[in-house]
Design a protein around this ligand. Sequence first.
Ligand code: PMP
Length: 431
Amino acid sequence: HSAELLARQERRESAARTYPRHLPIALAEGRGSFVRDVDGNVFIDFLMGAGVLALGHNHPELVAAAQRQLGLLTHGLDFPTPAKDEFTAAQLSMLPGDLGRRMKVHFCGPTGANAVEAAVKLCKTATGRGEVISFQGGFHGSTHAAMALSGLVAAKEPVRGTMPGVHFFPYCSPSRCPDGPVPGTCTRDCAGQLERALTDPLGGIAPPAAVLLELVQGEGGVVPARPAFVRRLRAVTRALDIPLIVDEVQTGGGRTGSWFAFERYGIEPDVIVASKALSGLGLPVALILYDARLDTWAPGAHIGTFRGNQLAFAAGTETVRIVRRDGVLENVRRRGEQIADRLARLAGLPWVREVRGQGLMWGVEMTDAGGRPAGGIAAAVQSSALRRGLILERGGRDDRVVRLLPPLNVGADVVEDACAILLRAVAECGP
Ligand code: PMP
């Protein structure tokens, strides 16, 4: 039973567990958009391994690709292998314009945080500089440097001695702006503030090794950056010769309706960090793609054991093939429009602050109402949705944003059912 497994886990594992606290079920098996717990209950899974299972649980063609590889070679370190060669070509082929010819790949392993740290380290090596600029509300991982680069003060507060030299600037989004959520009303110039800090001789910031940006903050509560802000950042960093790293660990691999989110912002980054969705099957793979002029590491400058997962490569190559063959990005955009349409009904509720998203990355932000804190309302919505058969995640300031991360090939009928559950859960959880 779920209850027994949860109790045993409680006794044996660290207290750091989060998902089983908010979603008290033990998972048995998954197929497509659905997951079954050990008690036989079936749920629509809009958590999808934190956005990892791009084509749903156990996509049969991905399973077959991994199984074919399983008997051949499983782990290949840095050696060239056919599986790695095909995966590398597939990843480069998904880059827009001629970026695929101008960029190089470095495999990091095996998580997003590893790749973020590699990106920053590479930029430090290439520029000879030590400072990094990051943004308020951002999340980049839980290892020491990745945590230092994240805007979550509560996680850093009890840990001494994380990476120094990180400067945080406001993240410009219509959804976060203290001047109000209505686009066009903001009077602040966040990119200008950053530019002045960098160019003013009294600004106090040495030229940094990199600027690290999420185009849509995921853990921060599904907060998309304002396009004008991103374009200005790109212009400033280019003018000052500062590498721009986009952390596409969560947005990459099709999540927002283009393969990478930066494509829809009309910019070209110097470094792209990608991980979660790349294998499509949850097999670990993480990489950075970067402009060849940053290729300054000497052999052995950044080594690592687990960065040659051949099963992940095989499944990842198959994922790219299926994304192209089945028009998966088109599905992401259409299903995203469907979600926007269905969830628009929530906008009138006094305890809902905002419904926002791109592609298949959505958030419903609650607001304090009737003496109930927003985080409590979001927790109640998550529990209510689970009881009704829908698994959702939370994020943002005090976890007040209910988040949806469906598989990218989700069907219209499943989206319809999930939205109906969410609408009922939100309506029920008011003060
Ligand atoms: N960057 C972003 C944008 C993320 O969303 C995450 C994970 N949620 C990470 C980095 C860290 O990835 P990992 O958990 O695989 O280390």
